[in-house]
Design a protein around this ligand. Structure first.
Ligand code: KIV
Ligand code: NA
Length: 265
């Protein structure tokens, strides 16, 4: 079996086939999603919040991205693995961006990288793509700019909607193979999807996108706390794991674990 490629995703758009993407941050979870047939996994810098205990994605480093991306690549054999370029690893310019992307490909083995911004990341996208590394663009709400934009729906004004369309076109023209649209009104995401020949990947962007992505700890109900409206919860891992941890603790304190069958004689 060979891995999914960006070419497969381009064909899916031509055929009108939708596809799912999930984040993954470790080998074991990634192997579950690989076996479940998830074709594309994103080692998102959401690892900052979901895995490393930071409050935002901003502190995530290239070392952290490289370590966790390598684990996800090792845990999978079929999915295309996309690694996020973390904040500070590409904003200085195209050469810095290429150096960071190259590191993720060589040291972690990812098949593609993702960066935030359309027009503002044009030079970066162009140089990385020209060097042979597929780039996924990320528009709408871009969490690495949280200190400037906050967390709210993007593209609501006419001006912002036009800018989003320009950004999407810029990403496509620069050679991006897909565009993530985060927290964008469904009608605008649909318009972007129709006007691009590359696939759009929605998160809180309605049903008309070519693909959908969710953060795995959110959709599995592991994160805890109030989830944004766009998250559908497919499992409740937090309560499953809480119950299991409590049951283990009770067994140990009460002396009912281990039983003779768990021991060596
Ligand atoms: O880091 C991440 O998980 C992401 C997705 C939400 C698209 O960028
Ligand atoms: Na991200």
């Amino acid at each position: 079996t060979r891995r999914i490629t960006v070419r497969d995703l381009a064909l899916a758009k031509e055929r009108g086939e939708k596809w799912p993407m999930l984040t993954a941050y470790d080998a074991m979870t990634a192997s579950v999603f690989d076996e479940a047939g998830i074709p594309v996994m994103l080692v998102g810098d959401s690892m900052g919040n979901c895995h490393l205990g930071y409050e935002t994605t901003v502190p995530v480093t290239m070392d952290e991205m490289t370590l966790l991306s390598a684990a996800v690549v090792r845990g999978t054999s079929r999915a295309l693995i996309v690694g996020d370029l973390p904040f500070g690893s590409y904003q200085e310019g195209a050469v810095q961006a290429l150096r960071s992307a190259t590191r993720l490909v060589k040291e972690a083995g990812v098949g593609a990288v993702k960066l935030e911004g359309g027009e503002r990341s044009l030079a970066q996208t162009e140089l990385i793509v020209q060097s042979g590394i597929p780039v996924m663009s990320h528009l709408g709400l871009t969490p690495q700019s949280v200190n400037a934009m906050g967390y709210r729906v993007q593209g609501r004004s006419d001006e912002a909607a036009h800018q989003l369309l320009r950004d999407a076109k810029a990403a496509q023209d620069a050679g991006a193979f897909a565009v993530v649209l985060e927290l964008v009104p469904a009608e605008l995401a649909a318009e972007v999807t129709r006007s691009l020949h590359i696939p759009t990947v929605g998160i809180g962007a309605g049903s008309e996108c070519d693909a959908q992505v969710l953060v795995w700890t959110d959709m599995m109900g592991l994160t805890g706390g109030k989830m944004p409206k766009f998250v559908k919860q497919y499992a409740n891992l937090r309560s499953t794991m809480t119950d299991a941890a409590k049951a283990f603790a009770e067994d140990v304190v009460g002396g009912t674990f281990p039983q003779p069958e768990h021991a060596f004689h």
